[in-house]
Design a protein around this ligand. Structure first.
Ligand SMILES: NC(=O)c1ccc[n+]([C@@H]2O[C@H](COP(=O)([O-])OP(=O)(O)OC[C@H]3O[C@@H](n4cnc5c(N)ncnc54)[C@H](O)[C@@H]3O)[C@@H](O)[C@H]2O)c1
Length: 262
């Protein structure tokens, strides 16, 4: 029960990793607010948690709209002493080559992944500074650590989230606020699995790409987020925690088995 008397906001809290994070924080005692633009997901998450005896505050809202973000922060401030934990999970991707991805798609993805994270952090810091404490966890990805053909928009925005989080950590450390990022590898959320073309062997390929031999589960990311959000990570700030079953621990070179001559 690391989050008793703590108030938390999880954006994208109706999705795979988001709802697992909501559940983890609530199960450890937090008063959790979730914000998600998908009304069905919001209702489903709330219902699922209620069945497990957890009450969460769920709001349908779009993180790309500053006014809607402001509303949820205002609501939290009205109903509590402010927010202690903010987890910015909302995000999404669209594939497209640098030369062919529509400029409007770049803007849309930028607004969703990066600008919404920045705006949410600005509002979080305003409240947390008043309280002199807080922990922010931003959602990056292993895609923010390396390049992939066809994914420049998503990857570069997730990379920017890491650097933004490092800058933020240095700006707010003096006020008792910590800011960290997480970099999940392939996580078998419903959405992730649904985007894999059927019959292409992609799930097997993802499993094999991990040293652990399988994709991760949303709950495994939620556990790492909960660690960073908690006092167990009291000296951890400006970090990005890789949660990828070892995927990026490999160079990617062809594996030439040892023969004794090489
Ligand atoms: N699944 C993976 O393999 C993986 C790996 C690395 C990083 N991530 C990141 O983790 C996050 C969650 O991924 P997921 O797999 O759980 O996906 P998901 O689609 O299940 O969750 C994303 C949630 O964000 C919500 N959302 C989207 N746009 C929004 C907006 N404008 N305002 C409010 N809510 C919005 C969606 O409705 C959805 O519920 C994303 O940021 C993703 O980039 C996922």
């Amino acid at each position: 029960m690391r989050f008793t008397n703590k108030t938390a906001l999880v954006t994208g809290g109706g999705g795979g990793i988001g709802s697992a994070t909501v559940e983890r924080l609530a199960s450890e005692g937090a008063t959790v607010y979730l914000m998600d633009k998908d009304a069905n997901q919001v209702a489903e998450t709330q219902k699922g948690l209620k069945a497990k005896g957890m009450v969460v505050n769920a709001v349908v809202g779009d993180v790309t709209q500053l006014g809607e973000l402001q509303n949820i922060y205002d609501l939290i401030a009205q109903e509590n002493e402010g927010v202690d934990i903010v987890v910015n999970v909302a995000g999404g991707s669209r594939a497209g080559y640098v030369t062919t991805l529509d400029p409007d798609d770049w803007d849309e993805l930028y607004a969703l992944n990066l600008k919404s994270t920045i705006n949410s952090c600005r509002l979080a810091v305003e409240q947390m500074t008043r309280e002199g404490r807080g922990s922010i966890v931003n959602m990056s990805s292993i895609s923010g650590l390396r390049g992939d053909p066809g994914w420049a928009a998503y990857n570069s925005q997730k990379a920017a989230i890491i650097n933004f989080t490092e800058c933020l950590a240095w700006e707010v450390g003096q006020y008792g606020i910590r800011a960290n990022a997480v970099c999940p590898g392939p996580i078998a959320s419903k959405r992730m699995i649904s985007t894999l073309p059927a019959g292409g062997g992609f799930q097997d390929a993802y499993n094999e790409a991990c040293a652990i031999g399988r994709m991760g589960q949303p709950e495994e990311v939620a556990a790492s987020i909960a660690f960073l959000a908690s006092e167990d990570a009291s000296f951890v700030t400006g970090a990005h925690l890789v949660i990828d079953g070892g995927l990026t621990a490999r160079t990617g070179q062809p594996i030439v088995p040892p023969t004794g001559d090489n």
